[in-house]
Design a protein around this ligand. Sequence first.
Ligand code: GDP
Ligand code: IMO
Ligand code: MG
Length: 420
Amino acid sequence: MAINVLVGLQWGDEGKGKIVDVLTPQVDAVCRFQGGPNAGHTLKFNNVKHVLHTIPSGIFREGVANVIGNGVVIDPVIFKEEIEKLEGADATIRERLFISKRATLIMPTHRMLDAASEAAKGKAKIGSTLKGIGPTYTDKASRNGLRVGDIIGDYLPKYEKAKKRHEDMLKRLYDFDYDISEYEAKWHEAIAFLQGFQLIDTEHFVNNLLREGKEVLAEGAQGSLLDIDFGTYPFVTSSNTLSSGACSGLGVAPKQVGEVIGIFKAYCTRVGMGPFPTELEDEVGERIRQEGQEFGATTGRNRRCGWLDLVALNYTIMLNGATQLAMMKADVLSDFETIKVAVGYEIDGKVTKEFPFELTDEVKPVYKEFPGWKIDVDEVLTTGKLPENLQNYINFIEEETGVKIKILSIGADRKATLNL
Ligand code: GDP
Ligand code: IMO
Ligand code: MG
């Protein structure tokens, strides 16, 4: 009768898509509650990789409802492309997909505003995915958004009004050159396509499921350190990525939330700009990038790599109220001689375990070292027995966080997952 929430505890790309896919057989519905096509969630099964941007990661399992909630921002063009790819393999997909009328639409001019804002910031740019996320949430907050429910009727007057306002900004504020004519034509076509889907009041749909005693899983996008309130501001996204965002992004009450599954990599990555205390800008970082194939699922950009940061992890566990943890990509650190973990930050000569207001260059991680492990994935999956050094690493993280690691992932495939 509860809604369980899965959230990334780092800077995104923790492996949320994989674990949602793994958990889907146990649930009746999977719901996205925030973010949009800035997300890239990868699933792997039957030797095929799928990357989802807007569509929830429960979509591949028949009999499971997939909900795009009110907190999500949707680019119809990207949505259409995604659906067409999926429907090539399974035409029943649209029967199990439900989209909130209250979700906000990303317009072509939002993408231009994102690009213009980044260009104007110069060296101080955020490194956004350029999908129009920030400008769309800005319009939502300033009560100018175009919503999915609007396209049920004649949306053109609202669209044109918003477009005009965006054009003024692009010209007067940014003096930005652009041509959206091609994308705009595709956008209107994609709106017609979207009109053929189940556009509903998902807050009633989800609450009815809960009332009927059904299991619902909320799928977070991005990561806690990209949260608009608690992330490394201003280098964040424009939504609340924390578990609390599931309530406002779906219309469920806090008392309905059951388990909060916090997901993290055995190390850390970040795409885009912004502080990253444990970043490794050396051959060790490059080795993690190669072993972990740390390249963006949405933009293809190199992900910055570094050691696990327990100060940040404890902070995000607190903010989310994580009741259990999933540790990902333990296989990637196989064969490393030594593995480091930040257990504190030294700031002005003092060591703290508390995540500060700002991560300036003055913040120096204090490391504890662990001997590396060697992992034979097939053997571990058959025997369920972990290498001793990996078990010690897990024990240490559990002691430091006070939360159990219940899921361990040792490969991209659905099957390379252990319940601890
Ligand atoms: P998400 O955004 O949180 O869903 O994560 P992404 O899909 O952007 O990035 C995670 C990447 O790691 C994907 O390429 C996954 O296929 C891959 N992956 C997930 N879990 C594991 C794991 O345990 N080991 C390895 N080697 N790769 C994994
Ligand atoms: P998933 O769901 C990693 C980052 C961008 C940029 C910042 C702001 O796959 O984990 P935005 O386009 O949201 O305005 O960009 O946030 N970012 C992500 N990084 N994973 C993501 O999603 C991300 N979504 C946004 O790189 O630094
Ligand atoms: Mg991703």
